[in-house]
Design a protein around this ligand. Structure first.
Ligand SMILES: C[S@@+](CC[C@H](N)C(=O)[O-])C[C@H]1O[C@@H](n2cnc3c(N)ncnc32)[C@H](O)[C@@H]1O
Length: 510
């Protein structure tokens, strides 16, 4: 690094600053990337659509456009986008990849040297979302630097071998010291497979840039989306479903108060044209109240219908008809509703298949807008990941041999897709909903203690080893907050199942 180089305070500023000199330094497109893009032409004809994430000044994009592909490029730096817009015919937008929500699906996604600017958790999340943005058999191309290949990682190798990645390692980039996240090759392959990808190729190429005295080894991975639904992951699915969670009194409130919710709006939107909507396991009651405001009346099923514990005033003023009962035996006649909604509910039911079948029984498949809406955790849901990491071992000690305490919401969703398809609701769409639980406590020790308390009580308030679980959470949270300081991701998947008589793609399996 030259002594005079000013270190930009963030990635956006850095790339705005280096945008003008980027092509001079790096040339048009990395020669190894040119070869990879050439090779994927065998499986994706010209006219296919491409998303280029972190497109920079358009090196890979220009090659793809020349090959006849329709390219959409996104980048955090406006200056990079300006260069692409001025020189290339594709569609280019300034967006942070972590917030991007495309409305269309792509045949190819390219991430050329951009993922090392986000954390390991964000990389994982991006892979899950990228898989869901691809059409079946779509291809992802990733270029990066593997942690084991980067000379500055050598002193940290024991730590890297344990975690399989390193965050905030200072890399030299165009004369600037830039913190980066580097994964080992093994970790890339692991998380790509968890996100449902099938690896096609892994290549390494050395790259020299004389101006900055680089001699770096780069890794290029191509992988295809399989027939499995990425949002039902992480893969492989467990063979046994976890036993249901206990719904402890007062456990939800401290968690929900900190939650930036988006799934309720999404569920409400999904039933906007429905007239008789049953909300199963309505939590603190917001959703049925909103539905009642719009539709005149809403129907809510609660295992315990004591109004005092469910924000009584909200419910009493609204036209919500509350019924008491279990999801396995809905106290309603066949075809009473035109929609059923179950948000964060399936992990509490004793008999999952029976509960799902009950939903198909009470929703009239011949109604014009008939649908069943389910919300559960996404494969990148950090609450579930951290809970599994901190608590599963302790909780399993009190379980039967071979039983697992680990949550896997994808298994619940995959089971729902199969049961719904078998019972005439086989037109299934799923989408990822970004949301998070916020921990704004300034002092990191306090933040870890508070988060440990909130997350432990959320699931294990009445567990006999509640204090041990809390203690086990603290180091896990400390590590998490080091790269994602103020929040724990509560990413969700919304599934909307509509009637379709013929058995569809989700009928078999699980
Ligand atoms: C090393 S450059 C690579 C540019 C181009 N992909 C190539 O291979 O020539 C990394 C690019 O990723 C972009 N980037 C970094 N973080 C990003 C984020 N969170 N969202 C979108 N783009 C990002 C940067 O602005 C920069 O243009």
């Amino acid at each position: 690094m030259s002594a005079s180089a000013k270190i930009p305070s963030d990635v956006e500023a850095l790339y705005d600053q280096v945008s003008a000199g980027f092509r001079d330094a790096w040339g048009d497109c990395d020669p190894a990337m040119v070869d990879i893009l050439e090779s994927i032409r065998e499986s994706h004809a010209s006219g296919s659509s491409v998303l280029d994430i972190g497109c920079g000044p358009g090196g890979p994009a220009s090659r793809l456009i020349k090959a006849g592909y329709h390219v959409t490029g996104i980048d955090l730096s406006q200056k990079m986008i300006d260069i692409c817009q001025a020189t290339l015919p594709g569609k280019f937008m300034k967006t942070d990849m972590r917030k991007f929500e495309p409305k269309v699906r792509f045949d190819i996604i390219v991430c050329s040297f951009s993922l090392f600017h986000v954390s390991h958790a964000a990389t994982y999340s991006m892979l899950v979302k990228m898989a869901s943005w691809l059409r079946p058999s779509g291809t992802v191309v990733i270029a990066s630097i593997a942690a084991e290949d980067y000379s500055r990682c050598s002193p940290k190798l024991p730590e890297i071998q344990q975690k399989q990645y390193v965050e905030n390692i200072l890399t030299n980039f165009m004369g600037h010291e830039v913190p980066a996240t580097l994964l080992t090759t093994k970790e890339w392959l692991r998380i790509l497979q968890e996100a449902s990808f099938q690896i096609q190729s892994v290549d390494r190429h050395s790259r020299q840039v004389d101006k900055y005295s680089y001699d770096e080894k780069h890794i290029f991975i191509t992988a295809n989306r399989t027939h499995e639904e990425p949002l039902f992951g992480p893969y492989p699915l467990p063979t046994v479903k976890r036993r249901p969670h206990l719904l402890s009194n007062g456990a939800l409130e401290p968690f929900v108060k900190r939650l930036t919710r988006r799934e309720l709006e999404a569920a409400l939107e999904a039933v906007k044209d429905n007239e008789k909507v049953l909300s199963i396991g309505s939590g603190n009651g917001e959703l049925p109240v909103w539905i009642a405001k719009r539709a005149g009346t809403a129907y809510a099923l609660k295992p315990n219908c004591d109004r005092s514990d469910v924000e009584a005033e909200k419910w009493s003023e609204s036209q919500v008809e509350i019924s008491q009962g279990a999801a396995e035996h809905l106290p309603f006649k066949d075809n009473k509703f035109d929609a059923a909604v179950a948000v964060w509910q399936l992990h509490y039911v004793q008999d999952l298949e029976l509960s799902l079948r009950e939903m198909t029984r009470v929703v009239d498949a011949t109604a014009p807008n008939a649908r069943i809406v389910i919300v559960q955790g996404a494969p990148d849901n950090e609450v579930a990941k951290l809970t599994n990491k901190a608590c599963a071992e302790i909780v399993e000690e009190g379980m039967a041999k071979g039983e697992s305490a680990a949550d896997h919401h994808g298994l619940l969703l995959a089971t729902a897709a199969r049961v719904f398809t078998q019972r005439g609701f086989g037109d299934i769409e799923v989408c990822h909903v970004q949301m998070a639980c916020n921990f704004p406590e300034e002092d990191v020790e306090t933040r870890c203690q508070v988060a440990a308390e909130v997350l432990t009580n959320f699931w294990y308030k009445e567990h006999e080893r509640v204090e041990d679980i809390k203690a086990a959470f603290v180091p896990v949270l400390k590590e998490h907050f080091a790269s994602s300081p103020w929040e724990v991701g509560a990413q969700a998947v919304m599934m909307v199942a509509k009637p379709k008589a013929v058995a569809g793609e989700f009928a078999a399996g699980i």
